[in-house]
Design a protein around this ligand. Structure first.
Ligand code: CA
Length: 227
């Protein structure tokens, strides 16, 4: 999952970035409203954390312009004041949720998780396919009851595949949602990471069905069979 943080206070912005990266999100940061808007319309984010008070263009304006541009990415608005009219303005401009500063980081993560979760998955934090399960709260991945140790990026890639179970995802799509803007992406980066995942979730489980499939000329998918 890829998140955009628009916040002019560098310390706050960078600590949100570091914190979300610990939670396996890919995070880009913009330090003013204009560049935040530019990032949000050119890249494909799963959620945007948007500060209200920003130089060049404030959060309400960014939000309005994004919705006018048909960008419907979920937006969590940050407000320093907690005044009722700020919340109302933000929500009227098209924000999905708001959080009053200062906030506990755990609460920010919980809000971001709620925004990036698809409605049909909202009842369970556990994503599954066949005998594989991924717990988005504890980061535990298991197959056939066995615990599987994944790196942060492997986990992020697997989570993204599982959220789009049985759908073919192109390499570009995967890169856009699993890696941030500054990441060093080589032409075979996705292939390499798919290979790492296969070595951990498919190869050791010869008695279980293969889950990760290559769809030649299109991309990859996770699912029971390659139909
Ligand atoms: Ca600010």
């Amino acid at each position: 999952m890829r998140i955009l943080v628009v916040e002019d206070e560098h310390k706050i912005a960078n600590s949100i970035k570091r914190g979300l990266e610990q939670e396996a999100y890919a995070v880009d940061v913009a330090y003013d409203g204009e560049s935040g808007f530019d990032f949000a319309i050119t890249e494909d984010y799963d959620a945007i954390i948007l500060d209200l008070m920003l130089p060049k263009m404030d959060g309400v304006e960014v939000c309005k312009k994004l919705r006018q541009s048909e960008i419907h990415t979920p937006i969590l608005m940050l407000t320093a004041k907690g005044l009722l009219h700020d919340k109302v303005n933000g929500l009227n401009a098209g924000a999905d949720d708001y959080l009053v500063k200062p906030f506990a980081f755990a609460e920010l993560v919980a809000r971001v998780r709620a925004l990036t979760r698809r409605p049909k998955e909202s009842l369970s934090p556990i994503l599954t396919v066949e005998d594989l399960s991924l717990n988005t709260l504890t980061f535990e991945v298991r197959r056939a009851g066995k615990y599987i140790d994944l790196s942060k990026k492997e986990y992020a890639l697997l989570e993204y595949l599982l959220r789009n179970k049985n759908r073919v995802l192109t390499k570009d799509h995967i890169i856009n949602h699993v890696w941030d803007y500054d990441a060093d992406i080589l032409p075979n980066t996705v292939e390499v990471y798919i290979g790492y995942l296969r070595n951990k979730i498919d190869k050791p489980f010869a008695d279980s069905p293969v889950l990760i499939h290559t769809v030649r000329g299109f991309g990859y998918k996770i699912g029971r069979n390659n139909q």
